[in-house]
Write a protein that binds this ligand. Structure first.
Ligand SMILES: *Cc1c(COP(=O)(O)O)cnc(C)c1O
Length: 473
């Protein structure tokens, strides 16, 4: 037995070496997967192993079989989707989290896992300047954070009508209305689906060119019906980076007795910067917020925060009890009281490590630098002949369209060909998206690793990709 344990420790050291090699490699070079899903599966498919194996060999094989199909969201010129950089300090803390094997459901099962989370959530409220008395669930990401915030919203709005949704469910419950911006993120509709509120049973609020709710339509919608409402706002639209006009809509929601939930997966981090804070003014008047750790905080996957002003509604919606589960006293915080899971990863260690690594000032400077780089990239790209900036840069997300043609189909074709070429050239990575019925190339600048030079190199990469496409046409 001792022999196989030694092999497992050797495998851990090997894993650390493989991790270091990978991160050194992608720190200087963009790395687009050289194997497709089908190719990885082909190499991987094997009969179910009947007998055990050797730990070192297993990790060697894992590396060999996975390597070619790995993407590199942590590379400095990775601008695809909206993905943070899995900072190495967070990764190191995450190694320990796995090795320590803490099941962080409550304070007795893991005193340290619970305590680190308790400190992290206080720091998060301070960093984002949200009500210090709010409760925070540490979850897998904004998808689940939206679910948690909207669970509390459902609980509170029905409790006000004398209905206990936790006990009695939705059968026969008084109706709730849901108001949502027309450019909301798909995961919010997912949360409505899970909660029995219905992804289609919503009143969509008209939005402007940047995807921001029109306050006049929001006001109209609030007045259309007397049923209690849940309003869902957004801070950081994935295509434009823009935020709803919270200074206008949050007081309206309050006045009407609506619960305002904000999907702010990355945009909420603008509040960490004194320079950018004005972009989300009034957002602190909302009732719940969803934000990711694995986007702008650069924690490894996965990490998100569900923040709720009404602690009782949050706990009512999420907590459960059993004789063998310890009840926290008033000085303690049981992590599982604020999330849907019981057994869970100790995400507080990596989040703590990242906040310690960057500090308040470092987080603000990273966010500001990403926004500056996005602005500079967009400005330079717009100067390339045949490249159009789709809308002004509000934050860190922006879109370009290729081809300089009024013909939609031709513009779509050239845009898609250029983004494919950009990915093939593998100097930088960005992906296609649709906005207002047209294909665009979308850039998301959201990594601590990205420098202004990376921005310049990416502008050149786009110029070259577009030139290749133009010469081939
Ligand atoms: C990323 C994102 C989500 C989903 O978050 P996950 O971390 O993928 O769970 C929701 N809303 C917005 C605006 C996002 O950017």
């Amino acid at each position: 037995m001792a022999g196989s344990e030694d092999r497992s420790f050797e495998a851990m050291r090997l894993a650390a070496r493989i991790a270091e090699d990978f991160r050194r490699e992608i720190a200087v070079a963009e790395r687009t997967p050289t194997a497709s899903y089908a190719e990885v599966i082909k190499a991987l498919r094997a009969p179910l192993p009947e007998t055990g194996g050797d730990a070192v060999e297993i990790i060697e094989n894992l590396n060999r079989l996975a390597r070619e199909g790995l993407r590199s969201p942590s590379a400095p010129r990775f601008f695809g989707w909206v993905m943070g950089g899995s900072h190495l300090t967070g990764v190191a803390a995450d190694f320990l989290t796995s090795a320590w094997g803490q099941n962080t459901g409550n304070v007795q099962v893991s005193p340290s896992g619970s305590a680190f989370e308790a400190v992290v959530v206080d720091w998060i409220l301070e960093l984002l300047d949200l009500p210090r008395s709010a409760s925070v669930g540490v979850v897998t990401g904004a998808t689940v954070a939206n679910f948690v915030g909207l669970s509390a919203a459902r609980s509170s709005q029905l409790a006000k009508q004398g209905w206990d949704v936790e006990a009695d469910g939705l059968y026969g419950a008084p109706p709730l209305r849901v108001l949502i911006g027309a450019d909301a993120h798909t995961t919010v509709y997912g949360a409505l689906k899970f909660l029995g509120l219905g992804a289609k049973r919503v009143r969509e609020i008209a939005t402007d060119d940047l995807g921001r709710m029109l306050p006049s339509d929001f006001e109209r919608a609030l007045g259309e019906d007397d049923a209690p409402a849940i309003a869902i706002g957004q801070c950081g639209q994935i295509n434009t980076g823009a935020s709803d006009p919270f200074a206008e809509i949050a007081p309206m929601a309050r006045e009407a007795g609506a619960w305002l939930h904000v999907d702010s997966a990355f945009g909420l981090w603008s509040r960490s910067s004194p320079k950018l804070k004005h972009l989300a003014e009034g957002l602190d008047l909302a009732d719940s917020w969803a934000v990711d750790g694995h986007k702008w905080l650069q924690t490894p996957y996965d990490c998100g925060f569900a923040i709720v002003r009404d602690v009782e509604a949050h706990r009512r919606a999420m907590s459960f009890s059993a004789s063998y589960l310890p009840v926290a006293d008033t000085s303690e915080r049981n992590p599982s009281d604020y999330v849907p899971e019981l057994s869970r990863r100790a995400r507080g260690f990596a989040a703590w490590a990242m906040i310690r690594q960057l500090g308040r000032d470092g987080i603000a400077r990273m966010v500001e630098s990403n926004v500056d780089v996005a602005q500079a990239m967009a400005t330079s790209m717009a100067q390339i002949d045949g490249v159009e900036l789709v809308c002004p840069v509000e934050l860190n997300q922006f879109m370009v369209r290729i081809g300089d043609t009024d013909e939609v189909a031709e513009g779509d074709r050239l845009t898609l060909a250029t983004v494919e070429q950009l990915q093939r050239d593998a100097m930088a990575f960005a992906g296609p998206a649709q906005w207002r019925g047209r294909w665009v190339i979308r850039f998301s600048v959201i990594s601590a690793a990205t420098t202004p030079e990376d921005g310049d190199m990416t502008v050149e990469a786009l110029r070259k990709a577009w030139e290749t496409v133009r010469n081939a046409n």
